[in-house]
Design a protein around this ligand. Structure first.
Ligand SMILES: Nc1nc2c(ncn2[C@@H]2O[C@H](COP(=O)(O)OP(=O)(O)OP(=O)(O)O)[C@@H](O)[C@H]2O)c(=O)[nH]1
Ligand SMILES: [Mg+2]
Length: 245
């Protein structure tokens, strides 16, 4: 789905989570939304990776993303339904200028993508990290590094060792994968989908860092109980966003 700038406010307003339970009526809790932005140079495969996760296949054809494309998938972790909302951002500067501030608002996690066959896309990573810093993204927001197009191993320009050193220096886990063949073999059979595993790992991380908490109702509020996300109670107290697959 393409997003126009004036439709952003509607989407952004859906990030709030709050739900009430009463003994007389028990509406199902609203689905939590985890907003994950995917950034990196143009052509590294951000659209293909997000499409692969949400649609389960490699797209027939892609064009350079303009502004942002927005994809989502509802997953279930430990019995809780969670909406993973992926913001597939434009890599080309001219297509992202007016939208950048929207990308970073209320973001829960960041996925940095480079193309293992394109050293320049790896060298650009510090500038993407700097953009995050300029938009006041706190260290508590988990970040991961994804080297895409590993199906083209023969053409690789970025070694795993170098990428791992960079990831370690920035306290990020590194994943190498392919949106085209995320199974790690030629047949595409009998192996789990690595792209799926990457985004699921992020979702698990977010869920474990943002447990639901039951708040005590204020005196006189009857039997209403309010569910809140922990980060609404103590925003900014996440630990380091460093974890390994
Ligand atoms: N071989 C191979 N090609 C890929 C893979 N992922 C993406 N591509 C190709 O790389 C090209 C660019 O992919 P996109 O997903 O459009 O790249 P992007 O990062 O979204 O680019 P922008 O929208 O311009 O920022 C397309 O021709 C894809 O088919 C992959 O894992 N393996
Ligand atoms: Mg794209």
């Amino acid at each position: 789905m393409k997003l126009e700038e004036d439709s952003m406010a509607d989407i952004e307003s859906s990030f709030e989570f709050s739900s009430s339970l009463t003994s007389s009526s028990l509406p199902p809790p609203r689905t939590r939304i985890f907003k994950i932005i995917v950034i990196g140079d143009s052509g590294v495969g951000k659209t293909c990776l997000t499409y692969r996760f949400c649609a389960g296949k490699f797209p027939d054809k892609t064009e350079a993303t303009i502004g942002v494309d927005f994809r989502e998938k509802v997953i279930e972790i430990d019995g809780e339904k969670i909406k993973v909302q992926l913001w597939d951002t434009a890599g080309q500067e001219r297509f992202r200028k007016s939208m950048v501030q929207h990308y970073y608002r209320n973001v829960h996690a960041v996925v940095f993508v480079y193309d293992v066959t394109n050293a320049a896309s790896f060298r650009s990573l510090p500038s993407w990290i700097e953009e995050c810093r300029q938009h006041a993204l706190g260290q508590e927001v988990p970040r991961i590094l994804v080297g895409n197009k590993c199906d083209l191993r023969h053409a690789a320009q970025v070694s795993t060792d170098v990428a791992q050193q960079f990831a370690d220096a920035h306290s990020m886990p590194l994943f190498e994968t392919s949106a085209k063949n995320p199974y790690g073999n030629d047949s595409g059979q009998n192996n789990s989908d690595h792209v799926e595993a990457i985004f699921m790992t992020v979702a698990h991380k977010l869920k474990s860092q943002k447990p639901l908490m039951l708040s005590q109702p204020p005196c006189g509020s009857g039997d209403t109980v309010t569910l809140r996300r922990q980060d609404e109670e103590d925003r900014g107290t996440w630990g380091c966003g460093c974890w390994r697959s």
